[in-house]
Design a binder for this molecule. Structure first.
Ligand code: MN
Ligand code: MN
Length: 311
């Protein structure tokens, strides 16, 4: 598309109007390859809310991204027509209505053969995102970076099946995830009951807890991911709290003893060669961030994923 000078493509990172990497904000998806879709919703949060401010802050941090990836040797914006779709219509007081909006709007984007990169928002959004992607692709292989399994059956009693602690048990129940190819990476921290991890594993997740992850090293994790996913269609869901809070303090439910930002970048780069169909990056909470380091990491992780799509 023709560069719009108002977006400041000819200017400095601190100048111009904020869209993701200064790409055109539009709902016209004709000829578009990838759409950045914000979902500023945090009412699925059980502890510290504020991820509704995540998409805007990640967009702002993205203005520091220059166009070439020297590790993967690709300039994604030269290869892909990327646009900024803006944000899904969220209703902060209604998680069900918001989830319906996410599934519908993202479904409409996918129907135009556009790949969606979703910026959260809290992790409850993975469920409507998986609904939209599975409607197009069938049950999905899933790579899930997180410090939490997010596979509680209920966080707040029978009447409330949806929260950011439950999306993946719901997704398994609904048949959205291929249980032969669901991998959780980085799980750690105190849990509410001895069986928390066992419940998640019984429901279909293969888990690489953080201790095992550090013993293996990132290269072996990457090999495990590829062995598990094979040539299936892969959806990647990345909860920024997989990262150590020393590197990503801006999140609602931090757990100490996690990955460094470099390891996170390495693991996303390591997804190279998989049949990637979708990506979300969730749980960035600018209100608890320091110096925007969490948002900056998030923007860079999106850039790595974009680079993979361009290869
Ligand atoms: Mn988490
Ligand atoms: Mn999560």
């Amino acid at each position: 598309m023709t560069p719009n000078p108002a977006l400041g493509a000819h200017l400095q990172p601190f100048s111009g109007i904020t869209t993701f990497m200064r790409q055109t904000p539009t709902r016209d998806l004709n000829g578009v390859d990838v759409a950045i879709v914000g979902i500023p919703f945090d009412s699925g949060t059980s502890y510290r809310s504020g991820t509704r401010f995540g998409p805007r802050k990640i967009r702002e941090a993205s203005l520091m991204l220059w166009g070439h990836n020297p590790i993967l040797h690709v300039s994604p914006l030269d290869k892909l027509n990327l646009v900024d779709y803006g944000d899904v219509e969220v209703i902060p007081v209604d998680i069900r209505a918001t989830m319906e909006n996410v599934t519908r709007e993202v479904g409409e984007i996918l129907a135009q053969d556009v790949t969606v990169i979703a910026l959260g928002g809290d992790h409850s959004l993975a469920l409507p995102l998986l609904r939209a992607h599975a409607a197009k692709h069938g049950p999905l292989a899933v790579v899930h970076f997180d410090s939490h399994p997010d596979m509680w059956n209920r966080e707040f009693g029978e009447a409330f099946p949806y929260s950011h602690g439950t999306p993946f048990i719901r997704a398994v129940e609904e048949g959205l995830i291929d249980r032969d190819a669901y991998l959780q990476i980085g799980i750690r921290g105190p849990v509410s009951a001895p069986d928390d991890y066992a419940d998640a594993i019984r429901a279909g997740a293969e888990m690489i807890p953080i201790g095992e992850a550090f013993e293996m090293g990132t290269q072996a994790i990457i090999e495990r991911i590829h062995a598990k996913m094979g040539n299936r269609k892969v959806y990647v869901t990345l909860d920024i709290d997989a990262t150590d809070p020393a590197y990503a303090p801006g999140t609602g439910t931090p757990e100490v003893g996690g990955f460094t930002s470099f390891q996170m970048l390495q693991m996303v780069r390591g997804l190279k060669g998989l049949n990637l169909v979708g990506f979300d990056l969730v749980e960035v909470n600018p209100q608890y961030d320091h110096g925007d380091i969490t948002a900056l990491l998030a923007a860079n992780l999106v850039f790595e994923f974009l680079s993979l799509l361009a290869m």
